[in-house]
Each structure stands twice: as structure tokens, then as C-alpha cells.
Write a protein that binds this ligand. Structure first.
Ligand code: NAP
Ligand code: GDD
Length: 424
């Protein structure tokens, strides 16, 4: 439970009118002047400009905890008296992955208590969480990890029932497209059925929550770009097929049971935390190693496919925005630009002052049995409805990834910690 003296809870004098919605939450329209203090960082002193959302209605009725505001800060309307309400609680599957680690950080910054599902591995698999992990024995800890697996319904039911999260971000998946051709059954189970297991856990436990499904542009496959929310799906891999299944299951639970369930159809998004066997990171790591003289050649597959690439930390903001929206809907999240793998590699080599032609070779074993040639998203709906826009453009993304890999390698070399590449 929040304490009134926590910095992120601010008193606000104003008018809040609540429209009851599907469960304990309501949409709050707030108007009025700030109470004491700096209200949500608003430069006009008015709070908030748009809507905030009630996360808990306390007794006596009329006391609300609302959050949102201009920058998503937690705000309390005290109803003229005391503070009340509960700190919003989120559960993230796939928290150890690229997106999960950025999303956990974002939610902690917004004042959430964050719980992440991790699967058992024979060695540590939580490196991406090092910056936010704190020993749970310390006081004030708001980030917790729980063992479970998307192939294990019992662990999911227990977690959802035990935590009663306000929001569930389902990001866990076997997410590598090429690997999905080699392990199609496992991919269908974890990436497809994993979603059904969580949806069923929500339904069986009766927990009132909002659900985010990590859908993918890979579902569009052969469909002609630009792809938007109305574009038909034509997946080209077991991964893509599993994501289509999960996407439609999410819609089915929304329509059948009134669950607040939204699909984010995200196009490729990258970062220095990107898995090392996705093409962007494979290239930027190789560039760093070639520059340092410890590698000479990088072997790649199809250089002609085009992708719509964005920056992961901005894409997780869109996930959060989807679950703050008044209604559950599906959104395409993309940059709106497409570039080939060749362009990506050329720019990465050029940024490091290296010759692409000298160091890049083709290995057909990286070709896929069926390829997705051209993805370019139309994110107009997200611009219009969520106010979301990408900020980091193609060249900037590549440069920041190359620079980060050069720095990482320097750090590893100075500590003699260079590890072996294990590519798929
Ligand atoms: P990622 O880095 O590959 O992370 C995947 C996460 O899922 C990891 O935490 C992984 O755990 C976990 N996981 C895998 N199998 C699991 C299992 N059986 N049980 C529990 N957890 C399991 O993926 P990402 O790039 O962050 O993407 C996040 C989600 O968005 C995925 O669903 C992906 O398919 C989807 N997506 C990604 C993109 C993109 O461009 N990045 C675009 C569209 C959609 P370990 O760390 O232990 O492996
Ligand atoms: N991985 C990889 N390795 N891809 C290569 C290579 C290589 O050596 N050489 C060329 N490529 C090409 C692939 O054939 C593909 O056309 C493109 O580079 C991008 O491949 P990935 O980086 O593996 O990403 P992806 O587009 O297949 O899948 C990613 O984006 C999806 C969204 O569209 C993953 O993050 C998926 O989980 C995500 O859903």
C-alpha cells in the first residue's frame, strides 16, 4: 500500500468525475488547479491535461487513486481528506528479454510494483535486469522475480491468482523466426499456447486485470506494405503462425469474456540489449569485434529483406499506453520506414570506419525456408489514439548500437571477459 509521504503521491485540488467501467477501474476526467506542490511536472500548473485512470476505489466511495498525468506520474486525489488506494502492480512474462527489461524499468519509474516471470536456466539469465535488481531482503523493493514457465499452466495460474496484478504484459516467447523452423512444435507450444495458458489463468482465477499480448509484424508475412491494423495476415514461419494464433485468442477472450485485452502489433525494434542472434545485434557486435581486430568476417543470410526498425525503449512505452487507453484495442507500432538488411550493415560498418565489402560474406545456411521480404508499418492509429511516436530514426539507432557494442567489448577486453559467439 502506498504511503502519503511517498514522493510520487501528490495532493490535487480539483474535480474528478468517474465513469464506472468494466470492473474496479474507471475513467477519470480531472479538471482543476494543482493543490500543494508541483503537480506531475505540468508547466501550466494544471493537472492533468487529459484523463487519468482510477486504479482503486476506496471506501468511502468517492476517494480515488488516479494515475496518468502528463508524464505518467502517480497522483492521488484525496477527496478532501486522506490518501488511499493501492500501488499499481504489473506482471511481466519475458522480463529477462530485451523488451521485458526495458518495460520493467519504465514501470518502476512510473511507481509500479513489478513482478517478472523467469524460467529456470542452468546459469544466470538475468543480466539485462542487473540495473534494477535489488535484494528482496532490503526495504522498499518494488521489483520481484518468480520462477515459472509458459509451458507450465500451474505456475501461471498460481502466479496470477497470488499476485492479482492490475496489468499483465505477456512478452515471453520463443521469439527467433529462423529457430522456429527448427523447433516448430516447441515454438507453437510456448509462443502460441503460452498465451492461452495466461488467458485461462486470468479467467480461472477471476482476477480483474488488463492484458497485453506481444503480437508481431511477422504475422503480416507476405502482405503488401504498408501494413496496418486492417491488413490481412499471411505468416511465413512457425513463429508467425503461432503469433497469429495468440493474437486471435487474445481477441477471442476480449469478445467472449469482456477481458481488457489488447494486441500490440510491433514491428522490429532493436537496442544494445537485443539478443545476439538477431541480425541487427549480430552485425553491430561483429563490427565492434572486427574493429578491435579479434574477428575478420561476418557471415549473413538474406541481405535484401526489408524491415521497419525502431528503438526498443520507445516501443515499450507504447505497450504501457495501450493498457492505459479507455478501451482494449489492437495497435500497430512501427517507424513507418523500411530499410534492407544490407543498408543496416553498410551503415554499421561505415559508422565504425570499416569496409563492408571486405568483411561481409554470405552463408546460405542463414536463409529461411520462407522469407518475409518487406515489412513497413503504418502506425497512424497509435499516433492518433495513443499519442505515441517513434523518436529514434534508423541511422541513429545503428550508431547507438555500434557505439554500445564497441564500449561493451572494451569493457570485456579490459576484464578479459570475451565470450564465444554462439549463433543459430
Ligand atoms: P526476447 O529478447 O527473445 O525475450 C523473450 C523472453 O521470453 C525472454 O525473457 C525469455 O526468457 C522468455 N521465454 C522464452 N521461452 C520461455 C518459456 N518457455 N517460459 C517463460 N519465458 C520464456 O524477445 P523480445 O525481443 O524482448 O520480444 C518480446 C516479445 O515481443 C516476444 O514475444 C516477441 O516475440 C515479441 N516481438 C518482438 C519484436 C522485436 O522486434 N523485438 C517485434 C514484435 C514482437 P530467457 O531470457 O530465459 O530466454
Ligand atoms: N537472424 C538473422 N541472422 N537474420 C538474418 C541474417 C542472419 O545472419 N542474415 C540475414 N538475415 C535477415 C533475415 O532473413 C530477416 O529477413 C532479417 O534479417 C531480420 O531477421 P531477424 O533479425 O532475425 O528478425 P526477424 O524480422 O526475423 O524477427 C524479429 O522481428 C519480428 C517482428 O517483425 C524478431 O524479433 C521476432 O520476434 C519479431 O516478431
Amino acid at each position: 500500500m502506498p504511503k502519503a509521504d511517498q514522493g510520487c503521491y501528490l495532493p490535487v485540488a480539483g474535480v474528478l468525475t468517474a465513469t464506472p467501467q468494466w470492473h474496479k477501474r474507471s475513467t477519470v476526467h480531472a479538471k482543476g488547479k494543482a493543490g500543494k506542490g508541483d503537480v506531475g511536472g505540468s508547466d501550466t500548473g494544471k493537472w492533468p491535461r487529459k484523463c487519468a485512470r482510477v486504479v482503486s476505489i476506496c471506501r468511502p466511495a468517492g476517494h480515488f487513486l488516479a494515475w496518468g498525468g502528463d508524464r505518467g506520474q502517480l497522483l492521488v486525489w484525496a477527496g478532501g481528506a486522506s490518501y488511499c488506494g493501492a500501488m499499481p502492480r504489473a506482471l511481466i512474462t519475458g522480463v529477462t528479454g530485451q523488451d521485458g527489461s526495458y518495460l520493467a524499468t519504465l514501470l518502476l519509474e512510473k511507481g509500479y510494483e513489478v513482478h517478472g516471470l523467469i524460467r529456470r536456466a542452468s546459469s544466470f539469465n538475468t543480466q539485462r535486469l542487473d540495473a534494477i535488481y535489488r535484494d528482496p531482503h532490503e526495504s522498499g523493493v518494488r521489483f520481484f522475480m518468480h520462477y515459472g514457465d509458459l509451458s507450465d499452466s500451474g505456475s501461471l495460474v498460481n502466479l496470477v491468482r497470488g499476485l492479482e496484478p492490475d496489468e499483465i504484459y505477456h512478452l515471453g516467447a520463443q521469439s527467433h523466426v529462423k529457430v522456429s523452423f527448427e523447433i516448430p512444435e516447441y515454438t507453437s507450444d510456448v509462443t502460441g499456447m503460452g498465451t492461452v495458458r495466461i488467458l485461462e489463468a486470468i479467467r480461472a482465477s477471476g482476477v480483474q486485470t488488463r492484458f497485453y499480448q506481444a503480437s508481431s509484424s511477422e504475422m503480416f508475412g507476405l502482405s503488401v506494405p504498408p501494413q496496418d491494423e486492417a491488413t490481412p495476415f499471411h505468416p511465413r514461419s512457425p513463429y508467425g503462425v503461432a503469433k497469429v494464433f495468440a493474437h486471435w485468442m487474445t481477441i477471442n477472450y476480449r469478445e467472449s469474456y469482456g477481458l481488457f485485452a489488447s494486441n500490440g502489433i510491433l514491428f522490429n525494434h532493436e537496442s544494445p540489449r537485443r539478443g545476439e542472434t538477431f541480425v541487427s545485434r549480430k552485425i553491430t557486435r561483429a563490427v565492434a569485434r572486427i574493429k578491435a581486430g579479434i574477428q575478420d568476417t561476418i557471415y549473413l543470410g538474406n541481405l535484401d529483406s526489408k524491415r521497419d526498425w525502431g528503438y526498443a525503449p520507445e516501443y515499450v512505452e507504447a505497450m504501457w499506453l495501450m493498457l492505459q487507453h479507455d478501451t482494449p484495442e489492437d495497435f500497430v507500432i512501427a517507424s513507418g520506414e523500411a530499410h534492407s538488411v544490407r543498408e543496416f550493415a553498410l551503415r554499421a560498418f561505415e559508422h565504425a570506419g570499416l569496409d563492408f565489402e571486405r568483411h561481409v560474406k554470405i552463408d546460405p545456411s542463414y536463409y529461411r525456408p520462407a522469407e518475409v521480404d518487406h515489412l513497413r508499418g503504418d502506425p497512424s492509429k497509435a499516433f492518433r489514439v495513443l499519442g505515441w511516436k517513434p523518436r529514434t530514426r534508423f541511422d541513429e539507432l545503428i550508431e547507438l548500437m555500434v557505439d554500445a557494442d564497441i564500449k561493451l567489448l572494451d569493457d570485456e577486453l579490459s576484464g578479459r571477459l570475451v565470450s564465444q559467439d554462439r549463433d543459430h
